[in-house]
Design a protein around this ligand. Structure first.
Ligand code: GDP
Ligand code: IMO
Ligand code: MG
Length: 423
């Protein structure tokens, strides 16, 4: 048995949560391998909408085990709120949720440091989700972090205090006005730690190794998107983890030879939330229409998402870095009614036309070269079979498949589980 991966190929919010939920019935284990509550993964079924931040998107299925892997960073307070919501929906998470002992904890002061760092950057801010992601991964690589397994040790609170004190000094160093009541934040944090401890902490790499030996099937659920990868994204406007395929090996303890299919998810257009370059961004009526029809507001922060046409140069790059074996096109329904569909097939770059992603894709370096295709009028949201899809959409799909040389196996035509067309 191998571990299949499901990854976002753009700047996040491609619809990963929806597709993990759709595919969970094929798997015994769903495992998150990186990121933290910066993620917002939306699932819609039976007329209800659910947003998950840390908990894997297989949690609503009866049988699958949902693992929070070692590469994830956990904010106990947010995790606790997610559990409370599951409880309200009568989801019996206790028997199907497990946490890696090696996952790192987001402390209240990590969140404050994130806010201080962003405030100090002023206009150059990353536009982070303010969930403390950057500072927590900095402490991980700086070898100062506190891990879930540490909560089982006697001295963790002493280590906590020392680290929190250091963070407070660092907040002061930023010289910005951040108001906070640490005692209040800590009260909520320690209460949430008690709840976290009711979920089994496991040696997750061993769990996964044995599961593979026993022929159990595993789907690794990515968070964020490939263009937010710390190494391969639009640095410094990225997140602080490896969101790409190799991140799953590190974030779960799976050898590269054990990776099976790599499912790459992309929107039929592009969105981005937060700062950073975005060559195909639209500032016109078309962009406004995409945002309005696609309800493009961040699932974690509620911020409006920036919208633009599909960037095939960036998509090809993401497919190469990840070794994508199957593609899934999301939100095709949002493009219904556009007379023309534009696809960026190359960049104007320093007097040349190029088809690869250069070091810097800021607007002063790069402008998109578009190919135009005919749009379609039909409402897709009730379609369930590939042969119902309009010919112009099939032409768009053909165009992308030929350019990328990877099959598009799913076309998503609405947020609901059922609004999924398999090809
Ligand atoms: P994720 O972070 O990749 O899981 O994606 P998000 O949940 O942040 O954002 C995707 C948004 O699009 C959510 O509001 C989904 O409910 C919605 N969505 C997913 N697939 C489709 C689709 O095919 N059509 C439409 N209209 N909405 C979709
Ligand atoms: P999902 O899993 C979209 C963006 C933030 C910011 C940058 C860094 O729902 O696709 P961070 O808080 O990670 O330090 O922010 O990354 N970002 C996301 N954008 N979807 C996400 O997750 C994101 N997680 C982080 O907006 O630009
Ligand atoms: Mg999201």
């Amino acid at each position: 048995m191998a571990v299949d991966l499901l990854l976002g190929l753009q700047w996040g919010d491609e619809g990963k949560g929806k597709i993990v939920d759709v595919l969970t019935s094929n798997y015994n284990i769903i495992a998150r391998f990186q990121g933290g509550p910066n993620a917002g993964h939306t699932l819609v079924f039976d007329g209800m909408k659910h947003v998950l931040h840390t908990i894997p998107s297989g949690i609503f299925h009866e049988d699958a085990i949902n693992l929070v892997g070692n590469g994830v960073v956990i904010d106990p307070v947010i995790f606790n709120k997610e559990l409370e919501k599951l409880e309200l929906q009568n989801v019996d998470y206790r028997k199907k949720l497990k946490i890696s002992r090696k996952a790192h904890l987001i402390l209240p002061t990590h969140r404050l440091l994130d806010a201080a760092s962003e405030a100090a950057k002023g206009k150059a801010k990353i536009g982070s989700t303010l969930k403390g992601i950057g500072p927590t991964y900095m402490d991980k690589t700086g070898r100062n972090g506190i891990r879930v397994g540490d909560l089982e040790l006697e001295d963790w609170k002493t280590r906590y205090r020392n680290l929190a004190n250091k963070h407070e000094a660092m907040i002061g160093f930023h010289n910005v006005d951040i108001q906070y009541d640490l005692a209040e934040l800590e009260e909520a944090f320690f209460k949430a730690i008690d709840v976290l401890k009711t979920i089994p902490f496991i040696d997750s790499e061993d769990f996964i190794f044995k599961a593979l030996e026993d022929d159990h099937s595993i789907l690794a659920e990515g968070a964020q998107g490939s263009l937010l990868d710390i190494d391969f994204g639009t640095y410094p406007y990225v997140t602080s983890s490896n969101t790409t395929a190799a991140g799953a090996c590190i974030g779960l303890g799976v050898a590269p030879s054990k990776i099976g299919d790599v499912f790459g998810i992309f929107k039929a257009y592009t969105t981005r939330v937060g700062s950073g370059p975005f060559p195909t961004e639209l500032f016109d009526e078309d962009g406004e229409t995409m945002g309005r029809v696609g309800h493009e507001f961040g699932a974690t922060t509620g911020r409006p998402r920036r919208c633009g046409w599909l960037d095939l140069v960036a998509l090809k790059y993401a497919c190469q870095i990840n070794g994508v074996t199957q593609l899934m096109m999301m939100k095709a329904d949002v493009l219904s009614g556009f007379k023309t569909i534009k696809v960026c097939t190359a960049y104007n770059y320093k007097g040349d036309v190029i088809t690869h992603l250069p070091f810097n894709i800021e607007a002063h370096n790069v402008s998109p070269v578009y190919t135009e295709l005919k749009g379609w009028k039909a409402d897709l949201t009730g379609m369930t079979k590939a042969d119902e899809l309009p010919s112009e959409l099939l032409d768009y799909i053909d165009f992308l498949e030929n350019a990328l040389n990877i099959p598009i196996k799913i076309v998503s035509v609405g947020p609901d589980r059922e609004q999924t067309v398999f090809r």
